[in-house]
Design a protein around this ligand. Structure first.
Ligand code: C5P
Length: 286
């Protein structure tokens, strides 16, 4: 079979409907229990043959195009799995970046999952589901989720997945403050705030244990959550380690009204919707 010359993939974002930090693991990571949910916001990645060193081009200047980009790490892993020598070459990846960076929406991880699949196809590597999952988990804790999509429970580092029945579709208002949050840093803030947090989870109504820690540094987070609830969101929370805050709405008109109300000079507001697993599989070609 002739190798494909060019592959295009949609890489969808996620939100975390809830996120519990259960403790610190011996490997330094945090033990989590979280519910991932796909949303209809996606980067588009095109993988094409092009002579020369492996290259990433991205239309967002804030997006790294070197080894800091998880697509780069995916390329190195798949190149190795293909038993090729030296460094990856003869492929250029173009990323049309629509998922905000350092927002807790999984953009980098979703791009990496798309890259694992596309590059395995381009370089003719057959990966078992288990090998693919292991490569993904090594690149980042939430990368394996992007092989599932829809509503799914993540345990362990967030990489042990149990698909859940898809939730009732909802409209999603995503507010993205004018700053990003590094995941590593956010977990560090959780460590610092741990003592204060004990006994508060559940009583203060937070569904994301990282929210208190991140809002400690960035008070706007709690203000955005409160504003989304005031606008009628039936659930509002930080997504992952932030900085994005989302609100869920049953009716589109309410979500639209909230988007207008939440608009601000220092932040982006995106109106989107949840997508279920069958839709995710179809659109992301997983
Ligand atoms: O795996 P990933 O690269 O997404 O994680 C980034 C950082 O977030 C890790 O280096 C770790 O410090 C922190 N993290 C954690 N516990 C998790 C996931 C991430 O402490 N379950």
């Amino acid at each position: 079979m002739a190798a494909e010359r060019s592959i295009t993939r949609q890489a969808f974002a996620k939100i975390n409907l809830d996120l519990r930090v259960l403790g610190v693991r011996p490997d330094g990571y945090h033990e989590l229990r979280t519910t991932f949910q796909s949303i209809a916001l996606a980067d588009t990645l095109t993988f094409a043959h092009a002579l020369g060193p492996f290259r990433i081009l991205c239309d967002d200047p804030a997006c790294p195009v070197d080894a800091r980009n998880l697509v780069w790490r995916a390329a190195e892993q798949i190149w190795k799995a293909a038993r090729r020598r030296g460094k990856p070459h003869d492929v250029t990846v173009r990323i049309a970046k629509r998922i905000p960076i350092e927002a807790g929406l999984g953009g980098g991880s979703s791009d990496a999952a798309a890259a694992i699949q596309a590059l395995a196809a381009l370089w003719g590597v057959k990966l078992s589901r288990d090998r693919r999952r292991r490569i993904a988990a090594e690149i980042g804790a939430d990368v394996p989720y992007f092989f599932e999509g829809g509503t799914a429970l993540g345990e362990g580092r967030g990489d042990r997945l149990v698909p859940l029945p898809d939730i009732t579709p909802a409209w999603v208002v995503v507010t993205v403050p004018g700053f990003g949050v590094s995941t590593k840093e956010a977990f560090g803030w959780w460590d610092d705030a741990q003592v204060r947090q004990v006994g508060r989870a559940g009583r203060d109504g937070h569904v994301n244990d990282l929210q208190l820690a991140v809002a400690g540094r960035h008070p706007i987070i709690n203000k955005l959550v409160a504003a989304l609830k005031r606008e009628g969101a039936f659930r509002a929370s930080l997504s992952g380690s932030g900085s994005a805050v989302f609100g869920l709405f049953r009716r589109k008109v309410d979500a639209e009204r909230a988007s207008v109300a939440l608009a601000g000079r220092r932040r982006r507001v995106l109106l989107t919707r949840t997508i279920d697993r069958p839709t995710y599989r179809r659109l992301a070609a997983k």
